[in-house]
Design a protein around this ligand. Structure first.
Ligand code: SAM
Length: 219
């Protein structure tokens, strides 16, 4: 008799959607479908794979984390992606959020400070077939002027304020989602750019690792 010892990851994703995302108010069916599809277990260290779909952030090395599934879904939903956007992500980390974005937008640009995290994310994402993600290494608090303008920008690290270059690189009508506040506690800020002015709304409380660099926290 043969036993299949591979965990049922598709079932784990469905349970994640049913118990963590829908009850907390994620309603965008495109976002829920992306969360059902992206294999989160590919993005976490081997020894943590059994926890990949748990309701928590997990360590990925260099003192950094892959965000909690709910936070990924909530931030993605706020971006209101329709499918034709160029999106910038600041903080590639494991590459998981970039994969979710790639399911929902036309082109994804992602920038990471740590070269080894960027290299690993590139390897994982290419390995599972994501081709329309462009990777950069550097200080993403300055944005990525050479690829601007973006119709959506997501910052997956906590910042004292919205970095000015990111507002400049946002297209008319574009949305930015960024955790803003203190070093160990922030709120999700959603900004919409209309006629050169960023209209801001503050949402849920959250805890992210710090955005460092010129327009982030000074280390
Ligand atoms: N989005 C990631 C994922 O799906 O795994 C999680 C990102 S983790 C919470 C935050 C990331 O932001 C870390 O990898 C950190 O190195 C990166 N980071 C912090 N400051 C940065 C900066 N100025 N430019 C680029 N990346 C930065």
């Amino acid at each position: 008799m043969e036993y299949n010892l591979e965990p049922d990851y598709a079932r784990a994703r469905e349970l994640m959607v049913e118990t963590q995302l829908e009850p907390r108010g994620i309603v965008d069916s495109r976002v829920l479908d992306a969360m059902r599809k992206v294999p989160r277990h590919e993005f976490v260290p081997e020894y943590l794979r059994h926890k990949a779909y748990d309701d928590m952030a997990l360590p990925i090395g260099d003192g950094q984390t892959i965000s909690q599934p709910y936070m990924v879904a909530a931030m993605t939903e706020l971006l209101e992606l329709a499918g034709d956007e160029r999106v910038l992500e600041v903080g590639t980390g494991s590459g998981y959020q970039a994969a979710v974005l790639a399911e929902l937008a036309k082109e994804v640009y992602t920038i990471e400070l740590y070269p080894d995290l960027s290299e690993r994310a590139t390897r994982v994402l290419r390995g599972i077939g994501y081709e329309k993600i462009h990777f950069s290494v550097g200080d993403g608090s300055r944005g990525l002027p050479e690829a601007a303008p973006f119709q959506a920008i997501i910052v997956t690290a906590g910042s004292p304020a919205v970095p000015a270059p990111l507002v400049e690189q946002l297209d008319e009508g574009g949305r930015i989602v960024i955790p803003v506040g203190e070093r160990f506690s922030q709120r999700l800020l959603k900004g919409t750019k209309r006629r050169e002015v960023l209209h801001e709304e503050l949402g849920i409380y959250c805890v992210f690792v710090p955005l460092t660099g010129e327009f982030g926290w000074k280390t």
